[in-house]
Design a protein around this ligand. Structure first.
Ligand code: ZN
Ligand code: ZN
Length: 545
């Protein structure tokens, strides 16, 4: 059908590479640019299309919700991944986003009872659409250090999702019986190289002389957490010395995640997948999903002001350069396309904000819980009304409320009214209110987009900008070390979105877009039915002729 193919993408890329950099703030693209090489981030920006005003459009901005939203093209309201974990009312237990007791880990050394699968993901992904749309001739391979960073992008139909396991192996890449009975031989061979062990016998020092890191605070500053065995948060990090402190505990293998070698091993694995799975070698477009988890771990520990975070990005830049140049050789310069984004940003360390006269505060969860219990006991009688008090949501004991013949919306509203008066609380929205109303704008819209009635709480909490929730009663704002993410504020929502390669024109825009626009855009480029829950908009700058 020559006439037909002229107006559509007659010649789609042979390979789409999706890169998620866990906890990459938008500003990291620019803040460190003087020290980036020419072939990594700068190449993507220089030759590709840069969406400078990309924001997540829901809360909570956490890893599982982020990866699910990027690949399903919708928000937790629809895909159901409302957090890294949530409270299950039926079992009265926490549920992990990719937890699945019906399946087993494949490739672990010791028996591990905790299986993983995408069973909780309620919408199809762009990777599912690619698989089904090609009658399963397109291949999808997904890799990350984190289980959720691999499983959620791969969707329910990936050929393989692989993650780095430190609970039941010495840092091997494993998968799930959901996908396969045993690891492919190339993955077994990769594991036999014992790369985790050899990376962990090295010392992490700065890539460049430390005097050149003048975009960051001094290496020794009070806002950073200390690693085991260190009395200051400073370079060098002698990993072999740290090993001795772990006395053979397998948790030592997770130390890799907090070093630049965590990114390198994921890149190494992705390149092995590329070669051994023959990705991009035939007319059926394949997809390789790569999620770099290390920037998140290092960001939590040291904060965005740190030399450690800067060094991680300078080295990741070199890993991305290596990834792109290998794609040039293996797949061919004009045969592949890349998008790069993040699953959320990060808040500056609250003590850093405080020390620099910016708005900063703590929402102390145990204190809130105590005060709310006292209030509910006075109002409704002395019972355990609160089933679970999370950082951003409160689950009530609905059975008890029914037994006492109280109205659930009334109790929810009483809780919300009480919480609304607590210091640092900006909004407290009830489940009843969220189900009955459509919020189109502002913070309530973000809460609405992140709310799923069966999985979310009875009252959703939003704190003031610069506030962070903590379970720690004692540490004052001025002494907090390390940071996090999860809010609907720009430090957490504003992330990079870069497109590069086949069919992508050069350019940039400040139009506000969302990571959930990525999957609908790929649907247009690859002429695929959109993922089942898709609510994002195709990016017209990349598509319209
Ligand atoms: Zn993350
Ligand atoms: Zn994180």
């Amino acid at each position: 059908l020559p006439g037909f193919s002229q107006q559509t993408n007659a010649n789609p890329p042979r390979l789409v590479v999706g890169i998620v950099v866990d906890q990459m703030r938008f500003d990291y693209l620019y803040k460190y640019q003087d020290h980036y090489g020419d072939g990594g981030f700068k190449r993507l920006v220089r030759e590709g299309f840069n969406y400078k005003n990309t924001h997540f459009d829901y809360v909570p901005t956490v890893t599982a919700a982020g990866h699910a939203s990027i690949y399903t093209g919708t928000t937790p309201e629809v895909h159901g991944i409302v957090g890294n974990s949530w409270y299950d009312r039926a079992s009265k237990k926490g549920v992990s986003n990719v937890g699945d007791s019906k399946v087993k880990i494949v490739g672990s050394v010791v028996e591990n009872p905790y299986g993983r699968s995408p069973q909780n993901l309620l919408s199809s992904t762009i990777t599912d659409q690619l698989r089904a749309g090609s009658n399963f001739r397109s291949k999808v391979i997904s890799v990350s250090l984190k289980d959720r960073g691999a499983i959620l992008p791969g969707g329910r139909t990936a050929n393989g999702a692989y993650w780095h396991d430190w609970e039941s192996s010495p840092g091997y890449f494993v998968s799930s019986s959901y996908y396969m009975e045993k690891l492919p031989s190339w993955v077994q061979d990769f594991n036999k190289r014992e790369l985790t062990d050899s990376y962990l016998s090295q010392t992490w020092n700065t890539l460049l002389p430390i005097s050149e890191y003048d975009e960051s605070a001094p290496d020794d500053n009070p806002h950073e957490r200390l690693l085991r065995g260190k009395d200051s948060p400073t370079f060098p990090y002698d990993l072999e010395a740290m090993r001795k402190l772990y006395n053979g505990e397998t948790t030592f293998y997770q130390v890799l995640w907090g070093t630049p070698f965590g990114n390198t091993i994921v890149k190494d694995f992705a390149l092995e997948a590329l070669k051994n799975e023959g990705l991009g070698k035939d007319i059926y477009t394949d997809m390789l999903c790569v999620s770099f988890s290390t920037p998140d771990v290092v960001g939590h520990t040291f904060g965005p002001q740190s030399v450690e975070v800067q060094d991680i990005y300078l080295r990741l830049d070199r890993d991305i350069e290596n990834l792109l140049s290998t794609l040039d050789q293996e797949v061919g310069k004009n045969n592949y396309m890349v998008f790069l984004t993040s699953d959320h940003g990060a808040m500056p360390v609250v003590s850093y904000l405080h020390a620099n006269k910016m708005q900063a505060g703590l929402a102390v969860i145990p204190k809130f819980k105590q005060d709310l219990s006292f209030y509910l006991n006075q109002r409704y009688g002395a019972f355990e009304w609160i089933a679970e008090f999370g950082y951003e949501q409160i689950y009530l004991d609905r059975k008890l409320i029914a037994e006492k013949k109280l109205s659930l919306p009334d109790v929810q509203q009483a809780v919300a009214d009480f919480m609304q008066q607590q210091p640092g609380v900006r909004f407290a929205l009830t489940a009843h209110n969220l189900q009955d109303n459509n919020f189109d704008e502002g913070i309530p819209a973000l809460v609405h987009n992140g709310f799923h009635p069966a999985r979310s709480g009875d009252v959703m909490l939003v704190y003031e900008p610069g506030f962070t929730a903590t379970s720690d009663f004692r540490t004052p704002v001025s002494e907090v070390q390390g940071t996090g993410h999860g809010s609907g504020y720009a430090y957490d929502t504003h992330v990079p979105m870069l497109w590069f390669g086949k069919g992508i024109r050069k350019g940039e825009t400040s139009r506000k877009v969302h990571p959930s626009d990525i999957a609908p855009t790929l649907s247009m480029m690859l002429n695929l039915q959109m993922p089942s829950g898709a609510s994002g908009e195709p990016l017209s700058e990349l598509l319209d002729k």
